[in-house]
Design a protein around this ligand. Structure first.
Ligand code: ATP
Length: 236
């Protein structure tokens, strides 16, 4: 059984139809990418999975149709959405933000172990553990957003443009941590990323969206073998 499956998912904002029947499959502990131009519907697809937009079609998580559940309930089931813009809580410290991520969890020892793991994953956050999130750099805030999502102990993380606005070396560090989360913590990933080099360092396969439709799907090596994909997403 797949961990996550979208079947002919459609979504609109008011009268504007944005997704026109998206289907995709994510195996347990898999990682898949969503590529496409601005406005193609990548963010909306993530929002459809986490229940932040109304959809038709089916969104199956561990075999169960979760469409219509809403973001709180999908989060409780193990879907951690890391939105573009990060959404960390500026007035709380790094430590407090990370613990907010774990607020549903009862096992204090496991939460404490995961906090240690998170600080090992992001040494920058360990150094700034008592700083307010608002005082962090953009890269540190992105690390905090990923760390906070991990602290919920999710089955799958939905990562939206995690490299946006970051220096290349900082973006690389964020993605190195994402690779570790997948490998060491068995977190499956749906990755929306403009920087295809970063995306392909994590994902096994990817779907290219064009105006709310699936234009192309393939394994990373299949897609990287296509001139059109390399030109569009890797600068030639
Ligand atoms: P980007 O990289 O620019 O975020 P995207 O592929 O993630 O692009 P979406 O953000 O999913 O695309 O947007 C898909 C379409 O829906 C676009 O035409 C966008 O203008 C429109 N859209 C997105 N959010 C809203 C909203 N809240 N209300 C109305 N239209 C929206």
């Amino acid at each position: 059984m797949s961990l996550l499956e979208l079947e002919d998912v459609r979504a609109s904002y008011g009268h504007a139809d944005v997704l026109h029947g998206i289907s995709l499959t994510l195996p347990d502990n898999g990682a898949t990418g969503l590529l496409g131009a601005n406005g193609a519907g990548k963010t909306t697809t993530l929002r459809a999975i986490s229940g932040m937009v109304r959809t038709t079609g089916r969104v199956l998580f561990e075999g169960r149709d979760i469409s219509g559940l809403g973001p709180d309930r999908t989060a409780a089931l193990g879907i951690a959405h890391v939105p573009e813009g990060r959404g960390t809580l500026g007035q709380l410290t790094v430590r407090e933000n990370l613990l907010v991520g774990a607020y549903r969890r009862k096992d204090k020892a496991a939460v404490s172990a995961d906090l240690d793991y998170c600080l090992d994953l992001f040494p920058n956050l360990a150094e700034r553990i008592r700083s307010h999130a608002a005082a962090l750099s953009g890269g540190e805030q992105q690390m905090l957003a990923v760390g906070r999502a991990f602290m919920a102990k999710p089955r799958v993380m939905l990562l939206d443009e995690a490299s946006l606005g970051l220096a290349p070396s900082t973006a690389r560090r964020v993605y190195d941590a994402v690779v570790r989360l997948r490998q060491e913590a068995q977190v499956a990933m749906v990755v929306v990323e403009q920087n295809a080099n970063l995306a392909f360092s994590v994902v096994d396969d990817a779907t290219v969206l064009e105006t709310g439709r699936v234009a192309l799907h393939g394994t990373s090596s299949e897609l990287l073998g296509m001139d059109a994909v390399r030109r569009a997403y890797l600068g030639g």
